[in-house]
Design a protein around this ligand. Structure first.
Ligand code: ATP
Ligand code: MG
Length: 152
């Protein structure tokens, strides 16, 4: 059934409100109000909860997370999730979507993750016939960019 993506994202961000608030991280959303897409809501939720919880986990206190949604010329929904966090070294970028891969066990131990989140995200994005890419600068932050077809 059609999902209002802006409304959906507001609700998804609300799920993570407590963990963001605890770290004084501000989560900002910009999205067209009347953009709908055909999608499985449970899968979509899992994708964004994973990406947003990573953004919050790997961003120090007082940082910022931004979600920007737009419609591309190819009629794809483009979703950018940016953070002002620790970033990912260039050499690790090709591997972060692998199962159990974590950049640095020492630095990320406190978050207690398993390294499965992004492999699940990638799988779900592919089920939706979409794409996911990442850009990152160590010490500055990370941006994940998803493009999902409106219908698939
Ligand atoms: P979990 O299975 O609980 O999600 P995880 O967060 O360690 O564990 P992934 O979500 O797959 O696993 O992420 C893999 C690794 O990529 C992380 O351990 C972290 O090193 C790095 N990473 C992911 N997202 C970010 C981000 N927004 N900023 C910095 N590093 C990140
Ligand atoms: Mg994770």
């Amino acid at each position: 059934s059609p999902v209002n993506i802006a409304q959906f994202m507001v609700n998804t961000i609300a799920i993570l409100e407590v963990s963001a608030h605890r770290k004084h991280i501000n989560v900002n959303l910009s999205a067209p109000e009347e953009l709908y897409m055909e999608a499985d809501e449970d899968r979509l939720r899992q994708i964004f909860v994973n990406l947003l919880s990573n953004a919050i986990s790997y961003t120090p206190e007082g940082g910022k997370v931004e979600v920007r949604i737009s419609l591309t010329e190819q009629e794809q929904v483009r979703i950018e999730i940016s953070d002002t966090g620790i970033g990912i070294p260039e050499k690790d970028l090709p591997r972060i979507f692998e199962r159990f891969y974590r950049v640095d066990k020492a630095r990320s131990r406190s978050s207690g993750g398993t390294g499965l989140g992004l492999s699940i995200v990638k799988h779900l994005v592919e089920l939706h016939k979409g794409t996911i890419t990442v850009q990152s600068v160590v010490g500055k932050g990370t941006t994940f960019i998803l493009e999902l077809p409106i219908m698939h």
